[in-house]
Write a protein that binds this ligand. Structure first.
Ligand code: SIN
Ligand code: FE
Length: 310
């Protein structure tokens, strides 16, 4: 399987009860193969009044917050200027968006239903074109996702985006999915390191020490081997000029009001332009996958011959 395809489900009657489970399995497989599923119109409820409120919200210019984020487990919003009078209404809208998109995914991707950890939602109110961000945080360079503060240990990063912009598309580039990408651009020294760390008898001792340190209130990140590799790969891809300039690319324009779903740990992506997007992340459990051999952790295990998840 080569370059990502965008499959349009807008008219496909995805919600018809007839053969619903079978169709939902097909959607999950299509995503796991490294495609993007696309709806020309938002397939869940997002009231017009909420959309227009969001278009007028301004986030803080602080470098700490790349976007406005909503944390469902704490029911809190971050990234608004302190004391901003919009805070309460924004919280209500982000909570309601997060619930609506989750209900939609429960139905659309029913094989994954509730076999996930509901991660953050975000509101991306800043124009992406010419955004001034440090290299590792740049969105306009192709990369696969790996979260520095929220390791996934091989569970998968599924993201649902909606373009709220009333007039402008959100423009993406994508490239070959992870299994091809890591074979071509994975750093052999780091793959060897992954294999030797996995075999090391000290590995569990080191992790236990980190956990102990954390329990004393020292905020060390307890990063499993899988995430050490994936975060390094994310940084390497962003810094690799040959890859950025010469890899095969597809360009997509997601129009106003559209929604798209993608495993961003498999599909390398970059956003070239666009302003005002909503996004919800689901961490899908490894054992819910229908094509587990396509999962990055399994591809890494095949390449190294060792187990890379705990
Ligand atoms: C990203 O996940 O790299 C950014 C995608 C977007 O905001 O469109
Ligand atoms: Fe990303």
């Amino acid at each position: 399987m080569g370059l990502t395809e965008v499959r349009d489900f807008s008219l496909a009657g995805w919600a018809e009860p007839d053969r619903a489970e079978e169709r939902a399995r097909g959607y999950c497989e299509c995503l796991e193969e490294g495609n993007i599923l696309f709806f020309a119109q938002t397939p869940f409820s997002l009231p017009e009044s909420d959309r227009s409120f969001l278009l007028n919200v301004r986030q803080t210019s602080s470098a700490v917050h790349k976007n406005i984020s909503y944390k469902p487990d704490r029911d809190r919003v971050h990234g608004l200027t302190p004391g901003n009078a919009d805070g309460e209404e924004l919280l209500r809208i982000m909570r309601s968006y997060s619930q609506s998109v989750t209900n939609f995914v429960r139905q659309f991707l029913s094989p994954y239903r509730d076999r996930w950890h509901l991660d953050f939602a975000s509101y991306r109110s800043i124009e992406e074109e010419d955004r001034d961000l440090p290299l590792q945080k740049r969105n306009d360079l192709l990369h696969v996702d790996s979260f520095p503060t929220r390791p996934s240990n091989g569970h998968r990063i599924l993201r649902v985006f909606t373009n709220l912009n009333p007039t402008q598309p959100r423009v993406w580039l994508t490239s070959d999915p992870f299994d091809l990408l890591v074979r071509k651009y994975g750093n052999p020294a780091r793959l060897n390191h992954l294999a030797s760390e996995s075999r090391s008898p000290w590995r569990h001792v080191n992790r236990r020490l980190i956990r102990l340190t954390r329990s004393l209130g020292i905020p060390l990140v307890d990063r499993p081997l899988y995430d050490q590799f994936m975060l390094g790969f994310h940084h390497e891809l962003k810094g690799n000029r040959d890859f950025q300039e010469n890899c095969p690319k597809s360009r997509w324009e997601f129009p106003p009001g559209s929604t798209w779903l993608v495993f961003t740990d498999t599909v390398p992506h970059a956003v070239l332009s666009g302003q005002f997007a909503l996004e919800q992340t689901f961490i899908i459990q490894r054992d819910a996958l229908l094509l587990p051999h396509k999962a990055p952790y399994r591809v890494l295990e095949e390449l190294t011959g060792v187990s890379v998840v705990d």
